[in-house]
Design a protein around this ligand. Structure first.
Ligand code: 3IX
Length: 211
C-alpha cells in the first residue's frame, strides 16, 4: 500500500470516529430533548438533509478498525483498543489488556436504560461479550462466541462510572473460556467494588488470521 493511501485510510478512520462520536451525542440529545415540538420538527428536517448528504457515497457496513496482528502487538505493548468506535449503535470501549486481564471504563448513558434508571441487561451482556472476545483475539486467536452465560447481581445505575474486567480461565483446542465482570465502584475507602454483572463466555477459534 502506498504511504498516501495509508494516510488517507488513517484520516478516514480518525474523522469517521469523531463523526460517529458526535452522532452518539446527537442520539442522546434527540431522545432526551425537551425543546418545543415545532423546534424538534425543524431540527429533524435539517438532520434529514445531513443524513442524505452522508449517504451520497457509502459502504455496505460500518467502517471497522482491524484488530489484526499489528494492532494486537500494539495492544500487547500497552495501547488501548478503541472497540466499536465507528458503530453508533454499539457501546464504545477503550479496552486495555495488561498481564492477561482486559479492562475498560464505562459511564452508562441515558440511552443504555433498561429498567428505569438502570442499564439494560442485554447491553451489559454485549459489552462483556465484546471485552472477552477482544481479550481472546489479543491472544492472537480469531474467535467467535458460541455461548455466553450472564448473571445479573445488582442494578447498574445510569450516569455513574463502572469498570469492566475480564480474563481467560481455560483453553482447550479451539475453545477458550473467559470470565468477565461489571463492577460498581466501592462505596468508600477500603470497601470492595460490587460485582453487578458476571459472565462466562465460550469462544471458538475460526480459520484465518485475526482481523
Ligand atoms: C456485530 C459483530 C461484529 C464482530 C466483529 C468481530 C471482530 C471485530 C474485531 C475486533 C474485535 C473483536 C471482538 C469484539 C467484538 C464483538 C465480538 C463479539 C463476538 C460475537 O458475538 S461472535 C457472533 C456470534 N457467534 C456466532 O455467530 C458463532 C456461530 N457459530 C459458528 O459459526 C460455529 O458454531 C463455529 C464456527 C463457531 C464452530 O463450528 P465448526 O463446525 O467450525 O466447529 P464445531 O461445531 O465442531 O465446534 C468446535 C468446538 O466448539 C464446540 N461448540 C460449538 N458451538 C458450541 C456451543 N454453542 N456451545 C458449546 N460448545 C460449542 C463444539 O462442541 C466443538 O468442541 P469439541 O472440539 O470439544 O468437540
Amino acid at each position: 500500500m502506498l504511504d498516501a493511501d495509508a494516510e488517507l485510510i488513517d484520516e478516514r478512520i480518525a474523522v469517521t470516529g469523531d463523526l460517529v462520536a458526535t452522532v452518539r451525542e446527537l442520539m442522546t440529545a434527540a431522545a432526551t430533548s425537551e425543546l418545543a415540538p415545532e423546534e424538534l420538527e425543524a431540527i429533524r428536517g435539517e438532520l434529514a438533509v445531513l443524513a442524505a448528504r452522508l449517504a451520497e457515497r457509502s459502504r455496505p457496513t460500518p467502517l471497522r478498525q482491524h484488530l489484526d496482528l499489528a494492532a494486537i502487538d500494539r495492544v500487547r505493548a500497552g495501547a488501548s483498543w478503541p472497540l466499536w468506535r465507528h458503530n453508533p449503535l454499539a457501546i464504545p470501549l477503550d479496552v486495555r489488556v495488561h498481564d492477561g486481564v482486559a479492562s475498560a471504563d464505562l459511564v452508562p448513558g441515558p440511552l443504555y436504560e433498561g429498567p428505569p434508571g438502570s442499564m439494560h441487561g442485554g447491553l451489559s451482556a454485549a459489552v462483556l461479550d465484546s471485552l472477552l472476545a477482544v481479550l481472546a483475539q489479543v491472544q492472537r486467536r480469531r474467535v467467535v462466541t458460541v455461548g455466553l452465560q450472564v448473571s445479573y447481581r445488582a442494578a447498574i445505575p445510569l450516569g455513574a462510572p463502572v469498570r469492566l474486567v475480564g480474563r481467560i480461565v481455560g483453553t482447550e483446542g479451539r475453545k477458550t473460556t473467559a470470565v468477565g465482570e461489571i463492577l460498581l465502584p466501592a462505596s468508600g475507602p477500603g470497601q470492595p467494588e460490587t460485582v453487578a454483572v458476571s459472565a462466562e463466555a465460550l469462544l471458538v477459534e475460526i480459520p484465518g488470521a485475526p482481523d
